[in-house]
Every structure is written in structure tokens, then in C-alpha cells.
Ligand binder design. Structure first.
Ligand code: FAD
Ligand code: DLZ
Ligand code: SF4
Length: 537
């Protein structure tokens, strides 16, 4: 990775840690022979939440490999490592330093994925004394303007309606104007519990090369007390290897993706999930290319339609939709708390020490892999936090820190909106709240749990059961008006008074046992240096 000589008229092209694609609009607007690319590992980005060690290692290793690829493609790259002398610790500081060092005449950059970074980026030009061009991020199918056009004037913003427009516009799984198979959505076929004896593909694991090993050492040295296991480190950190995981998923997992999308198994952390989100989110893979491959696999007769449709819906539906919501609703969105929840996050989210087998499994694998699949995030860790009334800001910061694929534009609407109902139902028509029965139906966790999923009250009862009814009772004032909750409230009201009182007392006793996570520098994992995430604005 080279240092650039001073060049008159050169423009500076900063590439962020999640912009690792040769097709970024900023790179397309520049010229390798004239302009200078800046990539910087900076303290600010590593500490805005206390990221999982594997996440930092993944991003730095992918950044370093991408810088190498850019150089091989003829770009001049100024790469500032975290330990480099003079590193200012901030993206703004590194941009100013680079402009001064190379006498750049301007800055060309692609918009970032976070409001926090965008508001800083808008000051870069003035700080460096040169004009700045902030370009759209065209890796997404729906531009901000396109999403706003769809959202304008609508009372409810349901993903399903947006998704159908994306299907029509991309032509994915379409037969002219009609959806292939005559149906837009096959979700009702996608709720099968998995059995441990089914064939399960394992994701490809990649041996760290010299560059990645250096990063691993750096992360251990600088972030040794952060949450998570750093080794074995097996993620792809180059497009070449991410493409191999895509091929592998299409050949082995995709066929069953639909059927078992919602299943959870104690001894299988990945089931038929693709493990592509982290590669996609940093730019090593492209959403259009993934969907085109899935569409082709279906048309070639290699996979069933419910899997192809289910998978494509996650990407051109959910992924694009949550990004649209993020940019439509920020910066106020992060402060929403429609249910008024204020309990601090329980300590076991950061330690994994709990007798609840489902939570211990989801958090344990999060600690080991910086990965949990959607239903673990939504119906185990998310569901528990919702039922227990955890402050959505706390739980948002946890999700943003612990997953390798977590960037605020995608994590925040999923956590605050979908999982915690903190936006009052913008994303979901009712809260994703469930008792132990749901977890028991979709997993094998309960069999090995010290709690009894069939009992509702008492010391041995599954805590999710009483917590569920306590949640329903606490929020009767707001949620009972929701027609989709009518049946649940009818059941609640039909219960004998004594049962209702006992359920609420049981929940209260359990909640009193939860220990809050106390953040301070000395706490290590889960502690940000200031003890508080800076505000997004
Ligand atoms: P698969 O199950 O194989 O799904 C295929 C792809 O679809 C994923 O790679 C992803 O790109 C996309 N996708 C699926 N569901 C969603 C969704 N709800 N929103 C956006 N994209 C989706 N996803 C992230 O990429 N980053 C996050 O920080 C993140 N935080 C989440 C927090 C919560 C509380 C919840 C409930 C979900 C979150 N998700 C997040 C969505 C989803 O859980 C992950 O995308 C998925 O688990 C990634 O694993 P995978 O690649 O194996 O996905
Ligand atoms: C997540 C992350 C981390 C840990 N470190 C860096 C970094 O040192 N330099 C960088 O350019 N980007 C990093 N990132 C990704 C940024 O946080 C991400 O680009 C913004 O959050 C915008 O999405
Ligand atoms: Fe989780 Fe309850 Fe099942 Fe235990 S019994 S694994 S706490 S759902």
C-alpha cells in the first residue's frame, strides 16, 4: 500500500470500510491516473459502539485487501493503518490530512450508510478547504428518491407493497407483468421446524492469509477486551472468496432456504442461511448479482420457487425497504420509544450467562461467530428484550456492536422497528412478541433447558410465558386497539382474575432477578470508551 506523491489537480476519493466495491460511484467518477484513493482505519469508527472483535477484524482485513486490489487496478492509494504515526483517529481528520499532503483540488465520495457519518461528511469540504461532491450509493436498487416516491402520501408503509414494485422493476421471478408461479409471496410455505438429522451445509471457511493475520494481531492488541471471540477467524475478506460462498450457498443451502428459514437448532448455527449479509453490506458482493443468480437457479430448475422467492424477497424486499425507512425517518428515528421501555439491557446479553437455553445459544453463537440468523435475532434475543421492556436504544447499540453485518441503516429499522415495535408499528403491523411455545415449535432449545416451556408460572416455568402475558397486560392501553391483537386480548380477558394476577406476579419476580449491564470503561466487553454512544445527529 503506497503513499502518494503530491499531484496537482488530483481529487481525493475516500473509500469507507463498507464501500469495498470497484463499482462505487466515487470510483466511477474518478480517474486512476489522476486521482488519489484514501482508506483509513480510524479510532472513531471502531468505538462508536464497542464492536465485536471479529467484526473489526473482518472490516480491516477486507479494507486492506481491497486497497491492494485498487493498487493492482492502477489506482494510487493512501492507506492509513490504525497504528500509523500521525493517524488523527477520525475520518474527517484523515481527509484533511490527505488533502493537505497531496494538494487535492476536491473530494469525491459516495454517501455513507449512516446518518452520523453523513452529517460529518458534509463538513469535510469546508474543513479541508476544497469542494466536495457526495454521490448516491448506486449499489441499492431503490434510490432515496425512488423510495420517497413510493412512500409519499401513504398511510402505512408495508414492505409487501414495496416489494412487489421492486419485483416489477427488476423483472426478478417475473413472467411479463405477472409473478412466476402466479403468487408474489410463498411465506406460508416457509415455516417448517428443522430436524437435526437433515443434511445441513456448513458455510465455507477461509484460512487467514498474512494480511489478515496482521489484522488479527492488531485487533487482539487494541481491542482484546471487546466482546466476542476473535479466533478461529474464517470469514472471506476478498470478493473472490465471497463469490465462492455465494456459489456454495446456491449449490447446497438455497434449495431448503425457504422451507427452514424460521427454524433454529442448538447444534447447527447456520442451517440453510446464506451468510452473505456481511459480504453484501461491505460491498464484496452486489445485491443485483446475487438475485440474478437465484433467479437463474430457479429458472434452470435447480431450486424450488418458495426458496427462490423467499430469498429474493429478503434482498430486494426487506433489505431495500429498511434502508428506505432509515433514510426517510432519520435522524429522529433512533430516539423513538413508542412503548416507553426503559429497562437497561440485562448483563447476560454481554456475558451469555443465563439458564435460558435459547438465549444462551443465540448469545453464545453471537459471541463466537458475530453471526446469528434472522429468527434468533428476532424471536429470541429481540423477543426477550421486547417482553422484558428493555430500552430500545440499549438493544439497538447491542445489535449494532455484535454482528459482523451490522451497519446502522440496516440494523436500526430491524431492531427498533421490526423487533422492538419502538416506532409504534411503522414497520410491522403488530409486535413480534411470542411466548415459549413459539420457540419450542421452531427449535430444539427447550429440550435442553432448565425451564419447562409448558409451565406458565412458578420457579421452573419458562420465563417467556409469564413475560409474554405481562407484556400484553402492560400495553393493553395501546395494543388492544390493534385489530391484529384482538384475539390475544380476548384470551387475556377470558382468563380468571387469579391466573392473570399470578402471571403478572411471576413475571415481576423474574424481572427483579435481571441484572442490568453497567457500562464503564472498566467493564471491558460492551463498554464504549465514553460509556455512551454519541448521538446520531
Ligand atoms: P439469510 O437468511 O441467508 O438472508 C438472505 C439475505 O437477505 C441476507 O444476507 C440479508 O442481506 C437479507 N436480509 C434478510 N432479512 C433481512 C432484513 N430483515 N433486513 C435486511 N436484510 C435482510 N441484517 C443485516 O444485514 N445487518 C444487521 O445489522 C441486521 N440486524 C438485524 C437486527 C435484528 C433485530 C433483526 C431481527 C434482523 C437484523 N438483520 C440484519 C436482518 C437479518 O437477520 C440478517 O440480514 C441475516 O440474519 C443475515 O444472515 P444471512 O446472510 O445468513 O441471511
Ligand atoms: C465499522 C467500521 C469500522 C469498525 N472501522 C472503520 C474504519 O476504521 N474505517 C472506515 O472507513 N470504516 C470503518 N467502519 C465502517 C464505517 O463505520 C461505515 O462506513 C460507516 O458506519 C458508514 O456506514
Ligand atoms: Fe427458551 Fe423457555 Fe424454551 Fe428455555 S423453555 S429454551 S427459556 S423458550
Amino acid at each position: 500500500m503506497s503513499r502518494a506523491p503530491t499531484t496537482d489537480g488530483a481529487r481525493l476519493i475516500p473509500i469507507l470500510g463498507d464501500q469495498l466495491s470497484h463499482h462505487m460511484t466515487s470510483l466511477r467518477a474518478g480517474e486512476p491516473s489522476r486521482d488519489l484513493v484514501l482508506m483509513a482505519e480510524v479510532a472513531d469508527e471502531t468505538t462508536y459502539v464497542p464492536h465485536h472483535k471479529k467484526k473489526i477484524a473482518f472490516i480491516f482485513a477486507a479494507m486492506r485487501h481491497f486497497a491492494g486490489e485498487l493498487s493492482a487496478h492502477g489506482w494510487r492509494v493512501r492507506y492509513v493503518t490504525l497504528d500509523a504515526p500521525g493517524n488523527t483517529g477520525s475520518l474527517a481528520g484523515e481527509v484533511v490530512r490527505a488533502v493537505q499532503a497531496c494538494g487535492a483540488s476536491g473530494i469525491i465520495v459516495t454517501e455513507p450508510g449512516e446518518w452520523r457519518v453523513l452529517s460529518q461528511m458534509r463538513t469535510w469540504g469546508e474543513a479541508a478547504g476544497v469542494p466536495i461532491d457526495i454521490l448516491d450509493d448506486e449499489r441499492f436498487i431503490a434510490s432515496h428518491a425512488r423510495f420517497r416516491r413510493w412512500a409519499d402520501g401513504k398511510k402505512t408503509l408495508r414492505m409487501e407493497h414495496f416489494y412487489r414494485e421492486m419485483r416489477r422493476e427488476t423483472g426478478l421471478l417475473m413472467d411479463g407483468a405477472e409473478p412466476l408461479g402466479g403468487q408474489w409471496n410463498f411465506d406460508h410455505e416457509n415455516r417448517k421446524p428443522a430436524k437435526p438429522d437433515l443434511f445441513m451445509p456448513e458455510p465455507l471457511r477461509f484460512e487467514p492469509d498474512v494480511v489478515t493475520r496482521e489484522v488479527i494481531d492488531l485487533v487482539e492488541r487494541r481491542f482484546g477486551r471487546n466482546f466476542g471471540k476473535l479466533e478461529p477467524f474464517w470469514f472471506a475478506v476478498q470478493r473472490r472468496d465471497a463469490l465462492r460462498q455465494l456459489d456454495h450457498f446456491i449449490a447446497t443451502g438455497l434449495r431448503y432456504f425457504g422451507d427452514f428459514q424460521d427454524a433454529m437448532l442448538k447444534d447447527n448455527r447456520f442451517l440453510y442461511h446464506s451468510l452473505l449479509s456481511m459480504y453484501l453490506n461491505v460491498g464484496l458482493l452486489d445485491a443485483r448479482e446475487i438475485c440474478a443468480r437465484v433467479d437463474r437457479a430457479y429458472r434452470d430448475g435447480d431450486i424450488p420457487l418458495n426458496s427462490a422467492e423467499g430469498y429474493i424477497r429478503q434482498i430486494i424486499g426487506w433489505r431495500e425497504y429498511v434502508r428506505g425507512i432509515y433514510w426517510l425517518k432519520m435522524p429522529k428515528y433512533v430516539d423513538e420509544n413508542a412503548l416507553g421501555h426503559d429497562r437497561p439491557i440485562p448483563d447476560f446479553y454481554w456475558t451469555g450467562n443465563t439458564d435460558m437455553a435459547c438465549l444462551a445459544a443465540a448469545i453464545g453463537q453471537t459471541r463466537d461467530e458475530a453471526y446469528a440468523h434472522h429468527i434468533q435475532r428476532l424471536m429470541v434475543t429481540g423477543n426477550f428484550a421486547l417482553l422484558a421492556g428493555v430500552d430500545p436504544r440499549d438493544i439497538h447499540e447491542w445489535y449494532l456492536a455484535v454482528y459482523a453485518d451490522a451497519f446502522e441503516w440496516v440494523e436500526l429499522p430491524n431492531t427498533l422497528g421490526m423487533s422492538q415495535y419502538a416506532d409504534g408499528g411503522l414497520l410491522g403491523s403488530k409486535p413480534y412478541a411470542a411466548s415459549g411455545a413459539y420457540i419450542n415449535r421452531m427449535s430444539d432449545y427447550c429440550r435442553g433447558c432448565r425451564y419447562d416451556v409448558k409451565q406458565r408460572t412458578g420457579d421452573d416455568a419458562c420465563p417467556f410465558n409469564a413475560l409474554y402475558w405481562d407484556f400484553i397486560a402492560r400495553h393493553e392501553g395501546t395494543l388492544a386497539r390493534n385489530p391484529r391483537m384482538a384475539q390475544i386480548y380476548a384470551s387475556w380477558r377470558k382468563m380468571p382474575e387469579a391466573t392473570r394476577l399470578e402471571l403478572r406476579a411471576s413475571a415481576g419476580r423474574f424481572l427483579a432477578t435481571l441484572k442490568p449491564w453497567l457500562r464503564s470503561v472498566a467493564d471491558g466487553p460492551g463498554a464504549s470508551p465514553s460509556g455512551k454512544r454519541p448521538s446520531s445527529t
